[in-house]
Design a protein around this ligand. Sequence first.
Ligand code: TA6
Length: 300
Amino acid sequence: MSSLAAHSRWEIPEIATFSEGPGGLTQLLITSPLASARIFLHGAHVAEFQPTGEAPVLFMSAESLFASGKAIRGGVPVIFPWFGAHSSRPELPAHGFARTSTWEVEALSARPDGAVLVTLRLDPNAATRALWPHEFILRHEIIVGTALEMTLVVENTSTAPLVFEEALHTYFAISDAREIAVRGLHGAEYIDKTDNQTCKREETDFLRFTSETDRVFLQTEAVCTLEDTQTGRRIVVEKSGSASTVVWNPWIAKAATMRDFGDDEWLHMCCVETANVATDAITLAPGATHRMAARLRAAH
Ligand code: TA6
Protein backbone atom coordinates (compact mmCIF):
# COMPACT_ATOMS: atom_id res chain seq x y z
CA MET A 1 0.00 0.00 0.00
CA SER A 2 1.39 3.46 -0.87
CA SER A 3 2.25 5.79 1.93
CA LEU A 4 -0.50 8.18 0.82
CA ALA A 5 -3.14 5.45 0.70
CA ALA A 6 -2.05 4.25 4.14
CA HIS A 7 -2.57 7.72 5.54
CA SER A 8 -5.78 8.76 3.82
CA ARG A 9 -7.80 7.27 6.69
CA TRP A 10 -6.41 9.95 9.00
CA GLU A 11 -7.37 12.88 6.80
CA ILE A 12 -9.73 15.66 7.90
CA PRO A 13 -11.20 17.09 4.68
CA GLU A 14 -10.11 20.68 3.96
CA ILE A 15 -8.13 20.81 7.22
CA ALA A 16 -5.52 18.05 7.25
CA THR A 17 -4.54 16.17 4.11
CA PHE A 18 -1.60 13.99 3.04
CA SER A 19 0.14 14.39 -0.28
CA GLU A 20 3.45 13.73 -1.95
CA GLY A 21 5.84 16.58 -1.30
CA PRO A 22 9.28 17.47 -2.63
CA GLY A 23 11.56 14.49 -3.15
CA GLY A 24 8.53 12.21 -2.90
CA LEU A 25 8.38 12.75 0.88
CA THR A 26 4.91 12.26 2.39
CA GLN A 27 3.68 15.59 3.76
CA LEU A 28 0.76 16.53 5.97
CA LEU A 29 -0.70 19.90 4.97
CA ILE A 30 -2.73 21.62 7.68
CA THR A 31 -4.98 24.53 6.76
CA SER A 32 -7.02 25.45 9.83
CA PRO A 33 -8.77 28.76 10.56
CA LEU A 34 -5.96 29.51 13.03
CA ALA A 35 -2.84 28.64 11.03
CA SER A 36 -1.31 26.62 8.24
CA ALA A 37 1.54 24.14 8.50
CA ARG A 38 3.46 21.58 6.51
CA ILE A 39 4.79 18.51 8.34
CA PHE A 40 6.86 15.73 6.76
CA LEU A 41 6.70 12.15 8.08
CA HIS A 42 10.42 12.21 7.25
CA GLY A 43 11.90 13.22 10.60
CA ALA A 44 8.45 14.21 12.00
CA HIS A 45 9.66 17.50 10.61
CA VAL A 46 7.58 20.67 10.93
CA ALA A 47 8.74 22.49 7.81
CA GLU A 48 6.31 25.43 7.77
CA PHE A 49 4.13 27.21 10.32
CA GLN A 50 2.17 30.39 9.58
CA PRO A 51 -0.51 31.74 11.92
CA THR A 52 -3.43 33.26 10.03
CA GLY A 53 -2.70 36.93 9.32
CA GLU A 54 0.99 36.58 10.23
CA ALA A 55 4.19 36.10 8.22
CA PRO A 56 5.77 32.62 8.23
CA VAL A 57 7.45 31.86 11.56
CA LEU A 58 9.91 29.22 10.34
CA PHE A 59 12.82 29.53 7.88
CA MET A 60 13.37 27.00 5.10
CA SER A 61 16.46 27.08 2.92
CA ALA A 62 15.80 27.37 -0.81
CA GLU A 63 18.66 24.86 -1.19
CA SER A 64 17.37 22.31 1.29
CA LEU A 65 17.46 18.66 0.28
CA PHE A 66 14.27 16.64 0.54
CA ALA A 67 15.44 13.07 0.27
CA SER A 68 15.47 9.83 2.20
CA GLY A 69 18.42 9.73 4.55
CA LYS A 70 19.10 13.46 4.27
CA ALA A 71 18.35 16.21 6.82
CA ILE A 72 16.01 19.05 5.87
CA ARG A 73 17.65 22.48 6.22
CA GLY A 74 15.06 24.59 7.98
CA GLY A 75 11.82 24.25 9.91
CA VAL A 76 12.26 22.18 13.07
CA PRO A 77 14.66 19.22 12.79
CA VAL A 78 14.03 16.69 15.59
CA ILE A 79 17.36 15.84 17.17
CA PHE A 80 17.68 12.51 19.02
CA PRO A 81 19.47 10.58 20.60
CA TRP A 82 22.65 12.68 20.37
CA PHE A 83 23.31 16.36 19.59
CA GLY A 84 26.00 17.42 17.12
CA ALA A 85 28.76 14.91 16.37
CA HIS A 86 28.52 11.56 18.18
CA SER A 87 30.81 11.70 21.23
CA SER A 88 32.85 8.57 20.39
CA ARG A 89 31.92 7.59 16.82
CA PRO A 90 32.46 10.61 14.54
CA GLU A 91 31.45 8.55 11.49
CA LEU A 92 27.82 8.43 12.71
CA PRO A 93 25.33 11.00 11.39
CA ALA A 94 25.46 14.35 13.16
CA HIS A 95 22.45 15.06 15.41
CA GLY A 96 21.36 11.40 15.55
CA PHE A 97 18.89 9.47 13.41
CA ALA A 98 15.45 10.83 14.35
CA ARG A 99 15.49 13.62 11.77
CA THR A 100 16.22 11.25 8.88
CA SER A 101 13.89 8.42 9.90
CA THR A 102 10.36 7.91 8.55
CA TRP A 103 7.84 8.31 11.37
CA GLU A 104 4.31 6.89 11.53
CA VAL A 105 1.01 8.68 12.24
CA GLU A 106 -0.40 7.68 15.61
CA ALA A 107 -3.13 10.31 15.98
CA LEU A 108 -4.63 13.23 14.05
CA SER A 109 -7.60 15.32 15.18
CA ALA A 110 -9.08 18.81 15.12
CA ARG A 111 -10.09 20.62 18.30
CA PRO A 112 -13.29 22.67 18.53
CA ASP A 113 -11.17 25.84 18.75
CA GLY A 114 -9.70 25.07 15.32
CA ALA A 115 -6.31 23.79 16.44
CA VAL A 116 -5.07 20.58 14.81
CA LEU A 117 -3.29 17.91 16.85
CA VAL A 118 -1.04 15.29 15.29
CA THR A 119 1.11 12.66 16.99
CA LEU A 120 3.92 11.05 15.04
CA ARG A 121 5.76 7.99 16.37
CA LEU A 122 9.15 6.36 15.82
CA ASP A 123 9.89 2.84 17.00
CA PRO A 124 13.35 1.25 16.97
CA ASN A 125 14.30 -0.69 13.84
CA ALA A 126 17.34 -2.39 12.37
CA ALA A 127 18.71 0.97 11.19
CA THR A 128 18.35 2.69 14.57
CA ARG A 129 19.69 -0.33 16.47
CA ALA A 130 22.77 -0.41 14.25
CA LEU A 131 23.52 3.17 15.30
CA TRP A 132 22.19 3.05 18.87
CA PRO A 133 21.41 -0.40 20.37
CA HIS A 134 18.63 0.67 22.71
CA GLU A 135 14.83 0.21 22.99
CA PHE A 136 12.52 3.22 23.14
CA ILE A 137 9.37 4.76 21.73
CA LEU A 138 9.70 8.33 20.47
CA ARG A 139 6.62 10.49 19.91
CA HIS A 140 6.36 14.00 18.50
CA GLU A 141 3.10 15.62 19.59
CA ILE A 142 2.35 18.70 17.48
CA ILE A 143 -0.44 21.23 17.98
CA VAL A 144 -0.96 23.70 15.15
CA GLY A 145 -2.98 26.69 16.40
CA THR A 146 -2.28 30.36 16.98
CA ALA A 147 0.91 28.98 18.53
CA LEU A 148 2.97 25.99 17.39
CA GLU A 149 3.34 23.53 20.25
CA MET A 150 5.78 20.63 19.85
CA THR A 151 6.41 17.99 22.50
CA LEU A 152 9.09 15.33 22.17
CA VAL A 153 8.09 12.34 24.29
CA VAL A 154 10.71 9.66 24.98
CA GLU A 155 9.53 6.37 26.54
CA ASN A 156 12.16 3.98 27.87
CA THR A 157 10.79 0.54 26.97
CA SER A 158 14.02 -1.21 27.96
CA THR A 159 15.11 -2.69 31.30
CA ALA A 160 18.11 -0.37 31.63
CA PRO A 161 18.43 3.40 32.01
CA LEU A 162 18.39 5.33 28.72
CA VAL A 163 20.85 8.23 28.34
CA PHE A 164 20.17 10.62 25.45
CA GLU A 165 20.40 14.18 24.16
CA GLU A 166 17.51 15.83 22.31
CA ALA A 167 16.60 19.10 20.62
CA LEU A 168 13.87 20.79 18.66
CA HIS A 169 16.34 22.54 16.35
CA THR A 170 14.07 25.42 15.31
CA TYR A 171 15.05 27.70 12.40
CA PHE A 172 13.24 31.04 12.72
CA ALA A 173 12.50 33.30 9.74
CA ILE A 174 13.85 36.83 10.33
CA SER A 175 14.36 39.93 8.19
CA ASP A 176 18.09 40.53 8.88
CA ALA A 177 20.27 38.68 11.38
CA ARG A 178 22.18 41.92 11.97
CA GLU A 179 18.98 43.62 13.12
CA ILE A 180 17.51 41.11 15.55
CA ALA A 181 18.24 40.18 19.13
CA VAL A 182 17.49 37.22 21.37
CA ARG A 183 16.24 38.20 24.83
CA GLY A 184 16.07 36.07 27.95
CA LEU A 185 19.48 34.51 28.35
CA HIS A 186 21.19 37.16 30.49
CA GLY A 187 23.40 35.48 33.11
CA ALA A 188 23.05 31.99 31.63
CA GLU A 189 26.19 29.86 31.33
CA TYR A 190 27.01 28.64 27.84
CA ILE A 191 29.51 26.60 25.83
CA ASP A 192 30.90 28.73 23.00
CA LYS A 193 31.33 26.31 20.06
CA THR A 194 33.06 29.05 18.05
CA ASP A 195 35.75 29.45 20.76
CA ASN A 196 37.06 25.94 21.52
CA GLN A 197 34.02 24.95 23.58
CA THR A 198 34.96 27.59 26.17
CA CYS A 199 32.48 27.98 29.04
CA LYS A 200 31.23 31.59 29.36
CA ARG A 201 28.36 33.50 30.92
CA GLU A 202 25.95 35.62 28.86
CA GLU A 203 26.62 39.23 29.80
CA THR A 204 23.66 40.80 28.00
CA ASP A 205 19.90 40.33 27.85
CA PHE A 206 19.98 41.44 24.22
CA LEU A 207 22.05 38.81 22.39
CA ARG A 208 22.86 40.15 18.91
CA PHE A 209 24.53 38.44 15.94
CA THR A 210 27.77 40.06 14.76
CA SER A 211 29.64 36.94 13.60
CA GLU A 212 29.22 33.15 13.55
CA THR A 213 27.32 32.36 16.74
CA ASP A 214 26.97 28.86 18.19
CA ARG A 215 26.16 28.91 21.91
CA VAL A 216 24.88 26.00 24.00
CA PHE A 217 23.19 27.55 27.05
CA LEU A 218 22.92 25.17 29.99
CA GLN A 219 20.64 24.96 33.03
CA THR A 220 18.26 27.55 31.69
CA GLU A 221 14.48 27.32 31.56
CA ALA A 222 14.17 30.89 30.31
CA VAL A 223 11.50 32.05 27.91
CA CYS A 224 13.35 33.50 24.90
CA THR A 225 12.09 36.25 22.65
CA LEU A 226 13.39 37.04 19.17
CA GLU A 227 13.00 40.78 18.61
CA ASP A 228 13.09 41.85 14.99
CA THR A 229 13.89 45.56 15.23
CA GLN A 230 13.20 46.01 11.49
CA THR A 231 9.71 44.54 11.40
CA GLY A 232 8.80 45.07 15.06
CA ARG A 233 7.76 41.43 15.27
CA ARG A 234 8.56 39.41 18.35
CA ILE A 235 8.60 35.61 18.36
CA VAL A 236 8.23 34.12 21.83
CA VAL A 237 9.74 30.70 22.58
CA GLU A 238 8.37 29.10 25.76
CA LYS A 239 9.53 25.68 26.88
CA SER A 240 9.14 22.95 29.49
CA GLY A 241 11.19 19.85 30.27
CA SER A 242 14.22 21.52 28.69
CA ALA A 243 17.35 22.68 30.52
CA SER A 244 19.33 23.77 27.43
CA THR A 245 18.83 26.41 24.77
CA VAL A 246 21.07 26.53 21.69
CA VAL A 247 21.47 29.76 19.70
CA TRP A 248 23.03 29.50 16.23
CA ASN A 249 23.71 31.58 13.18
CA PRO A 250 26.37 30.29 10.74
CA TRP A 251 27.19 33.80 9.46
CA ILE A 252 29.02 34.39 6.17
CA ALA A 253 31.96 31.98 5.99
CA LYS A 254 30.19 28.90 7.37
CA ALA A 255 27.10 29.59 5.24
CA ALA A 256 29.32 29.46 2.16
CA THR A 257 30.47 25.94 3.10
CA MET A 258 26.95 24.54 3.49
CA ARG A 259 25.78 22.89 0.24
CA ASP A 260 22.11 22.86 1.28
CA PHE A 261 22.07 26.52 2.31
CA GLY A 262 22.26 29.68 0.19
CA ASP A 263 25.34 31.85 0.67
CA ASP A 264 23.21 34.81 1.84
CA GLU A 265 20.60 32.86 3.77
CA TRP A 266 22.44 33.47 7.06
CA LEU A 267 20.82 36.91 6.92
CA HIS A 268 17.31 35.51 7.07
CA MET A 269 17.44 32.90 9.81
CA CYS A 270 18.57 32.13 13.31
CA CYS A 271 18.13 29.04 15.42
CA VAL A 272 16.86 29.14 19.00
CA GLU A 273 16.69 25.48 19.94
CA THR A 274 14.82 23.87 22.81
CA ALA A 275 17.07 21.08 24.03
CA ASN A 276 18.66 18.84 26.66
CA VAL A 277 22.29 18.48 25.61
CA ALA A 278 25.83 18.11 27.04
CA THR A 279 25.69 18.07 30.83
CA ASP A 280 21.89 18.50 30.56
CA ALA A 281 21.56 15.11 28.79
CA ILE A 282 18.67 13.02 30.13
CA THR A 283 19.02 9.73 32.02
CA LEU A 284 15.63 8.00 31.86
CA ALA A 285 14.79 5.09 34.17
CA PRO A 286 13.41 1.84 32.72
CA GLY A 287 9.70 2.24 31.96
CA ALA A 288 9.79 6.01 32.48
CA THR A 289 8.74 8.73 30.04
CA HIS A 290 10.28 12.20 29.49
CA ARG A 291 8.51 15.15 27.82
CA MET A 292 10.26 18.20 26.36
CA ALA A 293 8.02 20.91 24.88
CA ALA A 294 8.45 24.14 22.95
CA ARG A 295 5.68 26.66 22.25
CA LEU A 296 6.33 29.24 19.54
CA ARG A 297 4.11 32.25 18.92
CA ALA A 298 4.30 35.60 17.16
CA ALA A 299 3.60 38.62 19.35
CA HIS A 300 3.40 42.35 18.70
O1 TA6 B 1 22.61 23.71 16.73
C1 TA6 B 1 23.75 24.30 16.16
C2 TA6 B 1 24.55 23.23 15.43
O2 TA6 B 1 24.97 22.22 16.32
C3 TA6 B 1 25.72 23.90 14.71
O3 TA6 B 1 26.95 23.56 15.30
C4 TA6 B 1 25.57 23.40 13.27
O4 TA6 B 1 26.29 22.20 13.09
C5 TA6 B 1 24.06 23.21 13.20
O5 TA6 B 1 23.73 22.59 14.44
C6 TA6 B 1 23.55 22.47 11.99
O6 TA6 B 1 23.93 21.12 12.05
P1 TA6 B 1 23.56 20.21 10.75
O7 TA6 B 1 24.03 18.84 11.09
O8 TA6 B 1 22.06 20.28 10.57
O9 TA6 B 1 24.28 20.86 9.61
